[in-house]
Design a protein around this ligand. Structure first.
Ligand code: HEC
Length: 170
């Protein structure tokens, strides 16, 4: 085998390997892209202030799942990961409120609250901030999450219900 022949053989062999690598890459690209779009959708949800960003249901993401992301972004800091709150500052979630009247819950999120909530005679020094920029879907999602987490089993709240309550609240 001459030097030239050896080079030629090496080249064709490497070419085969290269082609295989390219093929594998080509096969991987769609799945990587899909994973990226999925991640984008998830991170976009809580910050999305426009109606369109959250009103459409993303495949594989339920109202409760989206609500969990919103909870982690906007509520966890005060009500804590287990919904237990912080003594004398932020109330723990209680069935009376969380599992109670939907209108009262939606109004609480839209208007916030300061000193109106009393649980077993306890008052809470912190202020629950209003979330007027939340879309109907975002309010529905986060309340649906809270109502079906932390041991609660209350019914879901829909964006349509929030819309009706919001219209009456203004
Ligand atoms: C800055 C802290 C803070 C944040 C953030 C906050 N809350 Fe609250 N939350 C409070 C306080 C304080 C009260 C009691 C208000 C009062 O005393 O009138 C309260 C009351 C509540 C209640 C009724 C009482 C109970 O514990 O069952 C619910 C339900 C609730 N918050 C849900 C939420 C949800 C959902 C979010 C996120 C969108 C949120 N909160 C964000 C501080 C906060």
């Amino acid at each position: 085998m001459t030097q030239k022949e050896r080079f030629g053989k090496l080249f064709t062999e490497n070419k085969l390997i290269m082609m295989r690598l390219i093929l594998i890459c080509a096969m991987l690209i769609p799945s990587v892209m899909m994973a990226q779009t999925k991640a984008k959708v998830v991170t976009k949800t809580p910050a999305g202030k426009t109606k369109t960003s959250t009103s459409s249901t993303t495949a594989g993401s339920t109202s409760k799942e989206k609500g969990k992301t919103i909870y982690q972004t906007y509520c966890l800091v005060c009500h804590q990961a287990d919904g237990g709150g912080v003594p004398r500052m932020n109330p723990p979630f209680v069935k009376e409120w969380v599992g109670g009247d939907k209108s009262r819950l939606v109004r609480l999120l839209l208007k916030g609250s300061n000193g109106k909530v009393e649980i077993d005679g306890d008052k809470f020094s912190n202020t629950m901030p209003p979330q007027p920029t939340f879309t109907d879907q975002q309010i529905a999602d986060v309340l649906t999450f809270v109502r079906s987490s932390f041991g609660f089993k209350a019914s879901a709240i829909t964006a349509t219900e929030v819309k009706t309550i919001r219209a009456k609240t203004k």
